[in-house]
Design a protein around this ligand. Structure first.
Ligand SMILES: Nc1ncnc2c1ncn2[C@@H]1O[C@H](COP(=O)(O)OP(=O)(O)O)[C@@H](O)[C@H]1O
Ligand SMILES: [Mg+2]
Length: 272
């Protein structure tokens, strides 16, 4: 709540809200972890932050302690927008947590993805939804699921930029190429302003040769893109923190990954 008051200060600057899609079609690369920890760190810099769960697995919602499947969630918003119905008032859908706000999601979102196929302007649904709720936020982080399907295309269409967490050890050149291909296609056809916010190496164990080789490969092939200087180290505390509904900094502020996420927030802010 204290943070919320501080957040009012940033509104005076009249900054445009920025929507960042957190995307990688691979699961388990740190998308949700990055959404939670980056979002909270941005809030600690007095930014007003909305986190959007856009993965039918609902890991972001669960990680933030929202387990109730009965509450209104992203599926209701999607269905309302798809059927040209009025969207609910912000207070009836956006949850106010300690540092950030959240639009939750759950498994019902997977059925919505299927019905999107027969919807007109099916790529624009999330963009239209966020149009209603984004006002007053500095950052909106959209946590995507592990696919390049219709939901992710919606996120890419709604976003100003894309942040790509890539697990250094399991990074595949082909996967990254496919992902950047999808980004390029969305930019060409649907969202000409779309930018790559940056590539973030996650779960890095510096000492392994494989990780070093993969990072070198990406730097060589995609050096023109922003690759964050900071890398998120692998640490068992990261998973433990999430399971306890905490950010890594709350769980153990001396942890190297906690420091790394603070650094990441600074790099993202510099990009403004
Ligand atoms: N830096 C890290 N070190 C160790 N484990 C991590 C780290 N980041 C994420 N994890 C763990 O890896 C798993 C996948 O992370 P998650 O953020 O859910 O990935 P995604 O959203 O891409 O599927 C989770 O169990 C999470 O706790
Ligand atoms: Mg996830």
């Amino acid at each position: 709540m204290k943070e919320k008051i501080n957040n009012l200060i940033s509104k005076e600057k009249n900054m445009k809200e920025k929507i960042i899609a957190i995307v990688n079609q691979k699961g388990g690369v740190g998308k949700t972890t990055t959404t939670i920890n980056l979002g909270t760190e941005l809030a600690k810099h007095h930014k007003n932050v909305l986190l959007v769960d856009f993965d039918p697995q609902g890991s972001l919602s669960i990680g933030l302690g929202v387990r109730d499947e009965e509450i209104p969630s992203m599926s209701e918003l999607m269905l309302a927008e798809m059927n040209d119905q009025e969207l609910p008032e912000k207070k009836n859908i956006v949850l106010e947590l300690d540092y950030v706000d959240l639009i939750p999601a759950n498994i019902t979102l997977s059925a919505v993805e299927i019905s999107l196929i027969n919807t007109t302007c099916r790529e624009m649904i999330l963009k239209n939804i966020l149009q209603k709720y984004k006002k007053g936020y500095d950052y909106i982080l959209v946590d995507c699921g592990p696919s390049l399907g219709m939901l992710t295309v919606n996120a890419l269409t709604a976003a100003d930029s894309v942040l790509i967490p890539a697990s250094a050890e399991f990074l595949s050149a082909k996967g990254l190429e496919q992902l950047l291909g999808s980004v390029a296609k969305t930019k060409r056809k649907l969202n000409p302003e779309l930018q790559i916010e940056g590539i973030l190496f996650t779960m890095v164990q510096e000492q392994t040769r494989l990780a070093k080789e993969m990072i070198n490969m990406v730097q060589k092939a995609y050096g023109k893109l922003n690759i964050y200087d900071v890398r998120i180290p692998r640490s068992i505390d990261v998973g433990t923190a999430i399971r306890q509904g905490k950010t890594i900094r709350e769980f153990n502020h001396k942890n190297k990954a906690a420091e790394a996420y603070q650094q990441l927030a600074k790099e993202v802010l510099k990009h403004e």
